[in-house]
Structures are given as structure tokens and as C-alpha cells.
Design a protein around this ligand. Structure first.
Ligand SMILES: [Zn+2]
Length: 492
């Protein structure tokens, strides 16, 4: 029993870190796989984070073809920020759904943030051990839930555990131990599952490098702006240990898939020190829009830093009230504005323009006015200097309308503002602009954040494939699986 094609997905995995550990003699299974693979390094789409990376990879299209850029999206009718499970995302077809339609039998376990799509011939588990497990696991077919429960009754970091504040070494060690236990549980599940049945393709994903990368970069990296040597001495090297455990699972899963299996490893976007002005973006954008002197409205004051101040552990419990409150506040605060910030991954700020004909109370006309507003935002945000470096905090400003083309482009923010992380430490708390004054940058619980870098290791037959963005990885996977006829057809 085996799988013809094995796809291992490691969200938040960092290829530079993996390469370093391999060079230091660690990660024997990563090393062996890399040596027998065609290896590709690519960048995420401009301004984009993890949700976009994995969604584009699954459907083989750029973000304007799915609109799914973050787990909270903006609704242009109500001006509300709506969390993903409650937001109607466009229908998209992941590559495994295409294969299912052709008769291939596959299993997909925990592909990051992809909307759930049941399969006719195969099995799907969604959010079993997710990066921030705030919603329930979905099993297709349901009986898979009973199978999974034999390995773990529930996610060791569920119920908001992932986002709970952790300060002492004991608290941080406990979370780490729980995350590590997930790697071992999943390893056992994957290997048994692969040995029990025959699959045309098996997709096994792990989120733990993602968790540890977001929350332990300060412990791992002694050059980190928030590094605490005493804490680090007690905890050790959490990210290194995380990859060591993943390496064992990698070896076991590849062996369970069988010697003949085509093996792909997809990882990213990587992890680096958390350096972000998203903790100030609402206020920066407000000042660029209405001016430095304009007083805060009640709604602005309440909305400001909502995302930073309410821990995700409480967001779940408060959701019905918070959504109702936010909807009212946002509607009042935003409908008269020309543009405003919307939540996004911390690598980049995101701005929505209040566009006539698209937003219910649009104030900006399409065409020349829209373009001049984008230039105004570009100049305005670029004027904010990080006093720690003396340079602008802005690396580049991305005009989505120029960068992406596709049917759901309007679901994306109009502007992404990538933060400058060069020679910077993540502990700056203020930004200063000659035009717009000083703003405070709220501190975040995370100490690591996504870099733009992804990687794909593929069977050598695909060495000529061109891979420059996440959307390019679906084609070689489809091609590898289609080189054999579906098992279902052979069995008929
Ligand atoms: Zn992330």
C-alpha cells in the first residue's frame, strides 16, 4: 500500500533556515530529499501573506482569481471586517479537486486555509491541526473524524490556546511541548493512513514550523530585538527542535509512501524577525487621508488597534458582539473617508479605497482620481521614518490594480505597503513623519513573521519547470499525478 505521488506541505517553513541546519549536519531526511530533487526558490506575490500563498498554490492562479488574501476580509456593502468562516469566498477549484473529477483517489490533510472541498473518490481533513485553530475541524467523509480521534481527541493547542499570552519560561515551554506533540501525532497518523490504503496522491501538511516561527523567533535568534538570554537558556532552540521533529516525520512519511512515489515538498512563506508597522497602520492611513490635526471620531478611536488589542483567544468568544459592534463603528468611521486600512498579515499594511460604484458609500471616482489617491497614499506612508534606522519604514507600495489581473481583483485591498526590514530590529515603538507627526506602534504577541520566500522540491523530471510565484507549483504536481491512470479506472 502506498501513494503514487506524495506532496508534503509545510506552511511557514523557511528554506534559508532549513539550508543552514542541513549545512550544520542536521535534518538528514530533508537533506536526502533535497539531494534527489529538482529544487526551486521563489517569491510570494507582492505584499501577500500566507493565506494568499497557499490558496494561489492550490488553484494555480494569482490572488485576483480567488480574492483570498487574509483570514479577515472587507465587505464593501456593510464596511465590516468579517472573519473568514463567515465571509462568502468565491468558488475556486484546487488542483486536487480537478484530479478527483478525473477519477484519481487522493487524500488532503490540512492544506493551509483552503476552503473545504469534499472529494468524490478521496478524503479531506481541514483544520485538524491548524496554525491558529479557532474553528472546528472538518472531515470528509465524517468517519475520518473517528480515525483521527484515535491519534488525538483534540488539537493540543485548540480553544484559543495558541494565542493566549505566554510570559514565563514554563508557559512558553508548555506551549512548545504541545506544538511538538502535534508533529508526532500527525506523523503517526500519516504513516498509518498511507500504509492502510492506496492513493494516487497524498497531501500531508504540517503547520508547526509556522506556529513556532511566529511565537519563538525572539528565543531562537540571539540577534532578535526582543531576545532574552535567560529565557533562551531555559528553552533552548525551539525552531531548530521543531525542524528536527518534522525531519523525522518527513523520513517516515516518505518511507510509508513507497520507493516509487513522486515526492514534492512545498514550503513557505518563510519566517524572519517580526518587523511591522501594522500596529500603527490605521492611524497612519487616517492621518494621510484626513490630516494630522483632524480629531479622532469615537468610531475611529474604538476601531483603532482592535486587531492588536483583542487577543485571538477572546475574539472567538466575543465574536457575535464584536462583529455587531465593529460593523456599526466601521460603517460610521469609513463611509465618509477616501481610504482606510484593513487587516492584513504583518509583512505589509493594506489599504482599501472607498471607490464609487464598488463601495456602498464610495467617495473616490474611478480613473484619474483613484490613481492620484494611490500616489497620495504612497507619498504619505513613505514619509514615516523609523527613528531606529533613520529611513522610511516603507519598502515598497503596491498598486493592486497594476499588479494583479483577474475576476476577483476587487476583493483585494487596493494598496499593499511592504515594511522595510533591512538592518532593523523589531522593537521600535514609534514612527515619525514631518507631514503627519508621530504615531505609536502597538506591540504584537508575535516575534516572527513571514518573509516573501517559498520553495518547492520536485522530482527531477520537473527540473525544467519555471516556478516564480506560488501559483506555478500546481502545474508540476498535476502533471506528476496524471502520468499514471487513476487507480479507480484500473479497478473497474
Ligand atoms: Zn502566519
Amino acid at each position: 500500500m502506498a501513494a503514487r505521488t506524495l506532496i508534503i506541505g509545510l506552511d511557514g517553513a523557511d528554506r534559508r533556515f532549513i539550508d543552514r541546519l542541513i549545512a550544520e549536519g542536521e535534518l538528514p531526511h530533508f537533506k536526502a530529499l533535497k539531494e534527489r530533487s529538482a529544487t526551486f526558490e521563489f517569491e510570494n506575490d507582492p505584499g501577500q501573506g500566507n493565506v494568499q500563498f497557499w490558496t494561489s498554490a492550490a488553484i494555480g492562479e494569482n490572488p485576483a482569481h480567488h480574492g483570498h488574501y487574509f483570514y479577515m476580509q472587507f465587505d464593501p456593502d456593510s464596511y465590516a471586517i468579517i472573519s473568514e468562516p463567515h465571509f462568502p469566498l468565491p468558488p475556486v477549484t484546487p488542483f486536487w479537486k480537478q484530479l478527483d473529477g478525473e477519477g484519481y483517489r487522493g487524500a488532503v490533510v490540512d492544506w493551509y486555509e483552503m476552503p473545504v472541498t469534499p472529494l468524490t473518490h478521496g478524503e479531506v481533513i481541514h483544520r485538524w491541526f491548524a496554525e491558529e485553530p479557532l474553528t472546528k475541524t472538518v472531515f470528509h467523509p465524517e468517519a475520518l473524524g473517528e480515525l483521527a480521534a484515535r491519534y488525538a481527541e483534540s488539537d493540543p493547542i485548540a480553544e484559543g490556546y495558541a494565542s493566549r499570552p505566554r510570559r514565563s519560561a514554563a508557559e512558553r515551554q508548555e506551549f512548545l511541548d504541545r506544538v511538538f506533540s502535534r508533529i508526532d501525532i500527525k506523523g503517526s497518523f500519516f504513516t498509518d493512513h498511507l500504509r492502510d490504503k492506496d492513493y494516487d496522491f497524498y497531501i500531508a501538511c504540517l503547520s508547526e514550523a509556522h506556529n513556532v516561527g511566529h511565537y519563538y523567533m525572539d528565543v531562537e535568534d540571539d540577534r532578535h530585538g526582543l531576545h532574552d538570554a535567560t529565557l533562551a537558556a531555559e528553552i533552548g532552540k525551539p525552531l531548530r527542535e521543531c525542524y528536527r521533529r518534522i525531519d523525522k516525520v518527513l523520513g517516515a512519511v516518505i518511507s510509508a509512501a513507497g520507493d516509487e512515489a513522486n515526492v514534492f515538498l512545498l514550503g513557505g512563506p518563510g519566517m524572519e524577525e517580526f518587523i511591522s508597522a501594522n500596529g500603527a497602520i490605521d492611524e497612519m492611513i487616517r492621518r494621510v487621508d484626513v490630516g494630522y490635526e483632524a480629531p479622532l471620531t469615537t468610531a475611529d478611536a474604538a476601531k483603532e488597534t482592535y486587531h492588536s488589542l483583542i487577543p485571538a483567544s477572546l475574539r472567538g468568544h466575543l465574536r457575535p458582539f464584536a462583529q455587531w459592534g465593529r460593523r456599526l463603528l466601521a460603517r460610521n468611521a469609513y463611509r465618509d473617508r477616501r481610504f482606510f486600512a484593513v487587516p492584513h498579515n504583518d509583512n505589509a499594511g493594506a489599504v482599501r479605497i472607498n471607490l464609487k460604484g464598488r463601495e456602498k458609500f464610495g467617495t473616490v471616482a474611478p480613473g484619474n482620481e483613484y490613481q492620484s489617491v494611490i500616489e497620495e497614499i504612497r507619498e504619505g506612508v513613505s514619509s514615516f521614518i523609523n527613528p531606529a534606522t533613520g529611513r522610511s519604514i516603507v519598502k515598497r507600495v503596491i498598486d493592486t490594480s497594476k499588479e494583479f489581473d483577474g475576476p476577483y481583483r476587487d476583493m483585494l485591498p487596493d494598496v499593499f505597503i511592504e515594511w522595510d526590514r533591512t538592518d532593523t530590529r523589531g522593537d521600535f515603538r514609534t514612527l515619525v513623519s514631518e507631514l503627519f507627526g508621530e504615531v505609536t506602534v502597538a506591540r504584537h504577541a508575535r516575534t516572527g513573521d513571514h518573509s516573501p520566500f517559498g520553495f518547492l522540491w520536485a522530482p527531477p523530471a520537473f527540473s525544467e519547470t519555471a516556478i516564480s510565484r506560488p501559483r506555478d507549483v500546481a502545474a508540476p504536481m498535476l502533471a506528476a499525478i496524471r502520468t499514471a491512470a487513476p487507480r479507480n479506472r484500473q479497478n473497474r
